[in-house]
Design a protein around this ligand. Structure first.
Ligand SMILES: [Zn+2]
Length: 314
Protein backbone atom coordinates (compact mmCIF):
# COMPACT_ATOMS: atom_id res chain seq x y z
CA UNK A 1 0.00 0.00 0.00
CA UNK A 2 1.93 3.04 -1.25
CA UNK A 3 0.21 5.60 0.99
CA UNK A 4 0.60 3.63 4.18
CA UNK A 5 2.98 5.39 6.57
CA UNK A 6 5.49 2.95 8.01
CA UNK A 7 5.34 2.27 11.70
CA UNK A 8 8.91 3.53 12.12
CA UNK A 9 8.08 6.82 10.37
CA UNK A 10 4.97 7.11 12.51
CA UNK A 11 6.95 6.52 15.68
CA UNK A 12 9.51 9.07 14.55
CA UNK A 13 6.83 11.68 13.98
CA UNK A 14 5.13 10.83 17.24
CA UNK A 15 8.37 11.09 19.19
CA UNK A 16 8.91 14.59 17.87
CA UNK A 17 5.59 15.62 19.35
CA UNK A 18 5.78 13.56 22.52
CA UNK A 19 9.38 14.44 23.26
CA UNK A 20 8.61 15.03 26.92
CA UNK A 21 7.98 11.31 27.32
CA UNK A 22 11.55 10.43 26.40
CA UNK A 23 14.44 9.96 28.81
CA UNK A 24 16.31 13.21 29.42
CA UNK A 25 19.99 13.63 29.93
CA UNK A 26 21.79 15.77 32.49
CA UNK A 27 21.57 18.93 30.41
CA UNK A 28 17.80 18.62 30.34
CA UNK A 29 17.45 17.55 26.75
CA UNK A 30 16.08 14.29 25.48
CA UNK A 31 18.82 11.68 25.34
CA UNK A 32 17.38 10.30 22.13
CA UNK A 33 16.66 13.68 20.58
CA UNK A 34 20.26 14.71 21.26
CA UNK A 35 21.47 11.47 19.72
CA UNK A 36 19.51 12.24 16.58
CA UNK A 37 20.03 15.97 16.31
CA UNK A 38 23.60 16.54 17.41
CA UNK A 39 26.47 16.18 14.95
CA UNK A 40 28.59 13.09 15.57
CA UNK A 41 31.35 13.53 18.13
CA UNK A 42 34.98 13.22 17.08
CA UNK A 43 36.17 9.69 16.33
CA UNK A 44 38.37 9.75 19.46
CA UNK A 45 35.30 10.49 21.56
CA UNK A 46 33.10 7.94 19.84
CA UNK A 47 35.70 5.19 20.33
CA UNK A 48 35.59 5.68 24.08
CA UNK A 49 33.93 2.80 25.86
CA UNK A 50 31.47 3.18 28.72
CA UNK A 51 31.10 0.28 31.15
CA UNK A 52 27.69 0.40 32.84
CA UNK A 53 28.48 -2.27 35.40
CA UNK A 54 31.53 -1.75 37.64
CA UNK A 55 30.94 -2.50 41.32
CA UNK A 56 32.91 -0.40 43.80
CA UNK A 57 35.06 -2.83 45.80
CA UNK A 58 35.11 -1.71 49.45
CA UNK A 59 37.66 -4.44 50.22
CA UNK A 60 40.26 -2.96 47.86
CA UNK A 61 41.82 0.24 49.27
CA UNK A 62 43.40 0.89 45.85
CA UNK A 63 40.18 0.44 43.91
CA UNK A 64 40.03 3.97 42.48
CA UNK A 65 43.68 4.03 41.35
CA UNK A 66 43.38 0.49 39.93
CA UNK A 67 40.28 1.53 38.02
CA UNK A 68 41.88 4.71 36.67
CA UNK A 69 44.78 2.68 35.24
CA UNK A 70 42.35 0.40 33.41
CA UNK A 71 40.28 3.38 32.20
CA UNK A 72 43.41 4.96 30.73
CA UNK A 73 44.67 1.81 29.05
CA UNK A 74 41.29 0.81 27.58
CA UNK A 75 39.94 4.35 26.85
CA UNK A 76 37.03 3.60 29.17
CA UNK A 77 34.56 5.44 31.37
CA UNK A 78 33.19 3.39 34.27
CA UNK A 79 29.79 3.74 35.90
CA UNK A 80 30.76 2.85 39.47
CA UNK A 81 27.97 1.16 41.43
CA UNK A 82 28.35 2.31 45.00
CA UNK A 83 26.85 1.27 48.32
CA UNK A 84 25.62 4.09 50.54
CA UNK A 85 28.48 3.96 53.11
CA UNK A 86 31.04 4.54 50.30
CA UNK A 87 29.07 7.38 48.72
CA UNK A 88 31.49 10.19 49.59
CA UNK A 89 34.64 8.37 48.39
CA UNK A 90 33.16 7.70 44.96
CA UNK A 91 31.53 11.14 44.68
CA UNK A 92 34.92 12.76 45.30
CA UNK A 93 36.67 10.43 42.83
CA UNK A 94 34.05 11.33 40.21
CA UNK A 95 34.61 15.04 40.85
CA UNK A 96 38.34 14.59 40.34
CA UNK A 97 38.03 12.24 37.36
CA UNK A 98 34.79 13.10 35.52
CA UNK A 99 36.04 11.50 32.31
CA UNK A 100 36.72 8.17 33.98
CA UNK A 101 34.18 7.79 36.79
CA UNK A 102 30.39 8.23 36.76
CA UNK A 103 28.84 7.60 40.18
CA UNK A 104 25.78 5.37 40.55
CA UNK A 105 24.16 4.67 43.92
CA UNK A 106 22.96 1.35 45.27
CA UNK A 107 19.97 1.46 47.58
CA UNK A 108 18.24 -1.41 49.31
CA UNK A 109 14.69 -0.93 48.00
CA UNK A 110 13.35 -2.50 51.21
CA UNK A 111 15.15 -0.07 53.51
CA UNK A 112 12.82 2.27 55.41
CA UNK A 113 14.92 5.27 54.36
CA UNK A 114 15.47 4.29 50.70
CA UNK A 115 13.95 7.55 49.43
CA UNK A 116 16.18 9.66 51.68
CA UNK A 117 19.24 7.71 50.50
CA UNK A 118 18.29 8.41 46.88
CA UNK A 119 17.92 12.12 47.67
CA UNK A 120 21.35 12.18 49.26
CA UNK A 121 22.92 10.39 46.29
CA UNK A 122 21.36 13.04 44.06
CA UNK A 123 22.67 15.88 46.21
CA UNK A 124 26.17 14.39 45.93
CA UNK A 125 26.02 14.48 42.13
CA UNK A 126 25.18 10.85 41.50
CA UNK A 127 23.85 10.11 38.00
CA UNK A 128 21.60 7.13 38.63
CA UNK A 129 20.89 4.03 40.69
CA UNK A 130 22.21 0.52 40.58
CA UNK A 131 22.61 -2.27 40.71
CA UNK A 132 19.25 -2.77 42.42
CA UNK A 133 19.03 -6.41 43.56
CA UNK A 134 18.29 -8.83 46.41
CA UNK A 135 14.81 -7.37 46.76
CA UNK A 136 12.28 -8.86 49.18
CA UNK A 137 9.41 -8.29 46.73
CA UNK A 138 9.16 -8.19 42.91
CA UNK A 139 10.71 -5.10 41.32
CA UNK A 140 7.27 -3.74 40.40
CA UNK A 141 5.91 -3.93 43.97
CA UNK A 142 3.95 -0.76 44.87
CA UNK A 143 6.12 -0.18 47.94
CA UNK A 144 9.08 0.56 45.63
CA UNK A 145 7.27 3.19 43.57
CA UNK A 146 8.42 6.22 45.64
CA UNK A 147 12.03 5.43 44.70
CA UNK A 148 11.09 5.10 41.04
CA UNK A 149 9.09 8.35 41.17
CA UNK A 150 12.18 10.13 42.41
CA UNK A 151 14.41 8.52 39.78
CA UNK A 152 11.85 9.56 37.17
CA UNK A 153 11.94 13.14 38.43
CA UNK A 154 15.73 13.09 38.16
CA UNK A 155 15.49 11.44 34.70
CA UNK A 156 18.04 8.91 35.89
CA UNK A 157 19.38 5.66 34.52
CA UNK A 158 18.46 2.80 36.88
CA UNK A 159 20.35 -0.49 36.57
CA UNK A 160 18.37 -3.50 37.77
CA UNK A 161 19.77 -6.98 38.27
CA UNK A 162 17.73 -9.39 36.17
CA UNK A 163 17.52 -13.17 36.28
CA UNK A 164 19.42 -15.77 38.24
CA UNK A 165 21.29 -14.43 41.23
CA UNK A 166 24.19 -15.83 43.25
CA UNK A 167 23.62 -17.77 46.43
CA UNK A 168 25.97 -16.36 49.04
CA UNK A 169 25.40 -19.01 51.70
CA UNK A 170 24.92 -22.59 50.56
CA UNK A 171 24.01 -23.96 53.99
CA UNK A 172 21.97 -21.22 55.61
CA UNK A 173 18.49 -19.92 54.85
CA UNK A 174 18.31 -16.64 52.93
CA UNK A 175 15.42 -14.48 51.74
CA UNK A 176 16.56 -14.19 48.13
CA UNK A 177 14.72 -15.24 44.96
CA UNK A 178 15.58 -14.69 41.31
CA UNK A 179 11.87 -14.66 40.46
CA UNK A 180 11.52 -11.22 42.06
CA UNK A 181 14.05 -9.88 39.55
CA UNK A 182 12.62 -11.20 36.31
CA UNK A 183 13.06 -8.93 33.28
CA UNK A 184 9.31 -8.87 32.74
CA UNK A 185 8.95 -6.68 35.85
CA UNK A 186 11.02 -3.95 34.15
CA UNK A 187 8.37 -3.41 31.50
CA UNK A 188 5.89 -1.96 33.97
CA UNK A 189 8.51 0.33 35.51
CA UNK A 190 9.59 1.57 32.06
CA UNK A 191 6.01 2.34 31.02
CA UNK A 192 4.93 3.99 34.26
CA UNK A 193 8.11 6.06 34.50
CA UNK A 194 9.08 7.07 30.96
CA UNK A 195 11.85 9.44 32.04
CA UNK A 196 13.76 6.60 33.72
CA UNK A 197 16.18 4.80 31.43
CA UNK A 198 15.62 1.24 32.62
CA UNK A 199 18.74 -0.84 32.23
CA UNK A 200 18.59 -4.57 32.93
CA UNK A 201 21.80 -6.35 33.85
CA UNK A 202 22.62 -9.81 32.44
CA UNK A 203 19.88 -9.62 29.76
CA UNK A 204 17.46 -11.50 32.01
CA UNK A 205 19.65 -14.62 32.26
CA UNK A 206 18.20 -17.04 31.26
CA UNK A 207 15.02 -15.19 30.17
CA UNK A 208 16.80 -13.58 27.22
CA UNK A 209 13.75 -13.70 25.00
CA UNK A 210 11.61 -11.73 27.42
CA UNK A 211 14.42 -9.23 27.94
CA UNK A 212 14.88 -8.62 24.21
CA UNK A 213 11.16 -8.26 23.54
CA UNK A 214 10.72 -5.75 26.35
CA UNK A 215 13.68 -3.76 24.99
CA UNK A 216 12.17 -3.94 21.50
CA UNK A 217 8.92 -2.27 22.52
CA UNK A 218 10.19 0.24 25.04
CA UNK A 219 12.50 3.07 23.95
CA UNK A 220 13.71 3.56 27.52
CA UNK A 221 14.81 -0.06 28.10
CA UNK A 222 18.29 -1.50 27.45
CA UNK A 223 20.20 -4.56 28.67
CA UNK A 224 23.81 -5.44 29.32
CA UNK A 225 25.24 -8.92 28.67
CA UNK A 226 27.34 -9.16 31.81
CA UNK A 227 27.57 -12.16 34.08
CA UNK A 228 27.60 -15.70 32.81
CA UNK A 229 25.60 -14.97 29.66
CA UNK A 230 28.45 -14.47 27.19
CA UNK A 231 30.48 -17.21 28.85
CA UNK A 232 27.84 -19.90 28.77
CA UNK A 233 26.83 -18.95 25.20
CA UNK A 234 30.41 -18.78 23.92
CA UNK A 235 29.89 -21.80 21.68
CA UNK A 236 26.60 -20.49 20.26
CA UNK A 237 26.96 -16.71 20.10
CA UNK A 238 25.03 -16.59 16.82
CA UNK A 239 21.93 -17.51 18.87
CA UNK A 240 21.71 -13.82 19.78
CA UNK A 241 20.34 -13.35 16.24
CA UNK A 242 17.22 -15.23 17.31
CA UNK A 243 16.71 -12.92 20.28
CA UNK A 244 17.57 -9.58 18.65
CA UNK A 245 15.79 -10.42 15.40
CA UNK A 246 14.10 -7.24 14.15
CA UNK A 247 17.00 -5.34 12.54
CA UNK A 248 16.02 -3.37 9.46
CA UNK A 249 12.30 -3.94 10.01
CA UNK A 250 9.49 -1.72 11.22
CA UNK A 251 9.02 -3.98 14.23
CA UNK A 252 11.28 -2.21 16.66
CA UNK A 253 10.72 0.88 18.73
CA UNK A 254 12.41 4.30 18.58
CA UNK A 255 16.18 3.98 19.14
CA UNK A 256 19.18 6.21 19.88
CA UNK A 257 20.42 7.87 16.65
CA UNK A 258 17.61 6.17 14.71
CA UNK A 259 19.67 2.97 14.40
CA UNK A 260 17.39 0.18 13.16
CA UNK A 261 19.73 -2.58 14.35
CA UNK A 262 18.08 -4.61 17.10
CA UNK A 263 21.47 -4.91 18.83
CA UNK A 264 21.45 -1.19 19.64
CA UNK A 265 19.26 -2.14 22.63
CA UNK A 266 22.39 -3.65 24.22
CA UNK A 267 24.95 -1.65 26.21
CA UNK A 268 28.37 -2.64 27.50
CA UNK A 269 28.55 -3.85 31.09
CA UNK A 270 31.29 -6.04 32.55
CA UNK A 271 30.40 -6.89 36.18
CA UNK A 272 33.93 -8.20 36.87
CA UNK A 273 36.99 -7.04 38.79
CA UNK A 274 38.71 -4.13 37.06
CA UNK A 275 41.58 -6.34 35.84
CA UNK A 276 39.10 -8.54 34.00
CA UNK A 277 37.18 -5.84 32.11
CA UNK A 278 39.28 -6.22 28.97
CA UNK A 279 38.31 -9.90 28.77
CA UNK A 280 34.62 -8.96 28.73
CA UNK A 281 35.32 -6.44 25.95
CA UNK A 282 36.71 -9.36 23.93
CA UNK A 283 33.60 -11.43 24.69
CA UNK A 284 31.34 -8.63 23.40
CA UNK A 285 33.44 -8.38 20.23
CA UNK A 286 33.18 -12.12 19.66
CA UNK A 287 29.40 -11.82 19.83
CA UNK A 288 29.47 -8.87 17.39
CA UNK A 289 31.47 -10.96 14.92
CA UNK A 290 29.20 -13.99 15.31
CA UNK A 291 26.11 -11.86 14.65
CA UNK A 292 27.56 -9.43 12.04
CA UNK A 293 26.66 -6.42 14.19
CA UNK A 294 27.25 -3.25 12.09
CA UNK A 295 30.24 -1.06 13.03
CA UNK A 296 28.15 1.97 13.98
CA UNK A 297 25.96 -0.19 16.22
CA UNK A 298 29.02 -1.73 17.90
CA UNK A 299 30.17 1.78 18.75
CA UNK A 300 26.79 2.63 20.26
CA UNK A 301 26.78 -0.57 22.32
CA UNK A 302 30.32 -0.16 23.63
CA UNK A 303 29.87 3.46 24.69
CA UNK A 304 27.97 5.71 22.31
CA UNK A 305 24.52 5.17 23.78
CA UNK A 306 25.55 5.71 27.40
CA UNK A 307 27.88 8.63 26.56
CA UNK A 308 24.97 10.48 24.98
CA UNK A 309 22.51 9.64 27.73
CA UNK A 310 24.95 10.75 30.41
CA UNK A 311 26.23 13.70 28.36
CA UNK A 312 29.79 12.62 29.11
CA UNK A 313 32.77 14.83 28.28
CA UNK A 314 34.44 13.77 25.00
ZN1 LIG B 1 23.58 -8.46 38.80
Amino acid sequence: MPNRISRRKFLGAASTVAVSSLPWNASGESAFASATDQPPASSAATDRMVDMHVHFDEANPNFISDLLKVCNSLNLTACVLTHFPSRNIVAEAARQHPREIVPFGYVDLDAHDAVQQVEEFHALGYRGLGELEFVKKPFNDPSYLPVYELANRYAWIVLFHTGIVLRAKFNEPEDVASGRMRPIHLEEIARRFPKITVLGAHCGNPEYEWAAEIARWNPNVFFDLSGSTLTKMRGRLADFRKLFWWSGSDWGTDTPSGDDSAYVKIVFGSDVKVGEIEGVVQQYRAMFDACDVPAKTRQMIMGGTLARMLNLPG
